[in-house]
Design a protein around this ligand. Structure first.
Ligand code: NDP
Length: 328
């Protein structure tokens, strides 16, 4: 029986087990496209899945990993043929459908997007779901009319994956970026990515007032909870913040005051079930608007056997920037 190497998560009496092992081709789930996976990545959600800290995995056994880049091996889907270079982000892989931390994946053709012509598969996964989500957040701000002349932008969780890409993108697009971080030792790193000002995470972690001094025209928040509530209270008149994360908690202890007195907007970002046309637009923008030298600066490469330990570190907020995982 042909097999391939994969990080397999299995249910156990005490919770779950996770190990690098051989997986039978015959046990792949339904799909109309087979992909030889070359690269994957580690996102916060992958950390939650491999550590079992949150119920991300909803089918056992599961191959972890919520996104991959690779080459089509065979396809019965009209859009894809053998040899096509593809990316997949989300759609439940690594959660309800076998995921990316394996040399082979069988998926639905409608979940795939084409690898941009000038981008390597490794760069696409250095970007990964975190970077693609940061792009969706920036596009949401643009759609809302938050242009660079409106004023500075705040990025929370700035030294993390979504945060690092958001800082680099916004700076490249001409915005003044304030980066909020709990790791002041990463000031130099964040400035190299393009942040103009760095503030300490604790400035946004006190119990929020309904309205505080107006500071930012917009922002990208990957932290949620008290941090997002503080950002809302500090947005300028008609400002907007794109909310995509919960690294600080899932609650939102906010007041309606910023909405009804300053006309601010809270823009929700979901990357997992985003329609294909939005994904294609986001990847096109990433191809043109993300500085590849900055991407290289924020990226660390690991192998499949390092994923579980790196997963522990990401849920503890100890990973800087992005992790790319070499599969094939
Ligand atoms: P990372 O762990 O790389 O980044 C999160 C950052 O948040 C950390 O680096 C840290 O930044 C900060 N942080 C961590 N813990 C806390 C805390 N307790 N209080 C305040 N700040 C904290 O994760 P990702 O960038 O991969 O993901 C960020 C968030 O976005 C996650 O919640 C993830 O689930 C979510 N996400 C959502 C998506 C969607 O579709 N909506 C898609 C992708 C991600 P620093 O040290 O600089 O303060």
């Amino acid at each position: 029986m042909p097999t391939f190497k994969a990080i397999v998560i299995e249910k156990a009496d005490s919770g779950q087990t996770v190990a690098l092992k051989d997986f039978d081709n015959a046990d792949l789930m339904e799909g109309d496209v087979d992909v030889r996976v070359a690269w994957s990545t580690l996102n916060y959600k992958d950390g939650l899945a491999v550590t079992g800290k949150a119920p991300v995995v909803r089918r056992w056994p599961m191959i972890g990993g919520i996104d991959f880049a690779g080459t089509v091996e065979q396809s019965s889907h009209p859009d894809w043929k053998a040899g096509d270079k593809v990316i997949l982000n989300g759609w439940g892989i690594g959660e309800t459908h076998l995921g990316a931390y394996g040399e082979k994946a069988r998926v639905k053709g409608e979940w795939l997007v084409r690898l941009p012509a000038t981008m390597s598969a490794r760069d696409a996964m250095a970007i990964g779901t975190a970077g693609y989500t940061a792009m969706l957040a920036v596009m949401a701000l643009e759609k809302h009319g938050i242009t660079p002349d409106r004023g500075p932008q705040i990025v929370t969780g700035a030294a993390g994956g979504v945060g690092s890409v958001a800082v680099a993108l916004l700076a490249r697009l001409g915005y003044d970026v304030t980066a909020s971080t709990g790791r002041p030792e990463e000031t130099g790193y964040l400035k190299r990515l393009g942040a103009k000002e760095i503030i300490e995470r604790k400035e946004l972690s006190a119990p929020p007032r309904p309205l505080a001094k107006e500071r930012w025209a917009g922002g990208v928040d990957s932290v949620g909870s008290t941090t997002l509530a503080n950002v809302l209270s500090m947005l300028r008149y008609r400002g907007a913040v794109a909310a995509c994360g919960l690294a600080g908690g899932m609650d939102l202890p906010a007041s309606v005051a910023p909405f009804i007195l300053r006309g601010v907007s809270l823009l929700g970002i979901d990357s997992v079930y985003r329609p294909r046309s939005d994904r294609e637009s986001a990847w096109k923008r990433l191809e043109s608007d993300l500085d590849r030298a900055k991407l290289a600066e924020m990226t660390t490469e690991i192998g499949l056997s390092d994923v579980v330990e790196a997963g522990r570190q990401i849920v503890e907020g100890r990973i800087r920037g992005r992790i790319v995982v070499k599969i094939g």
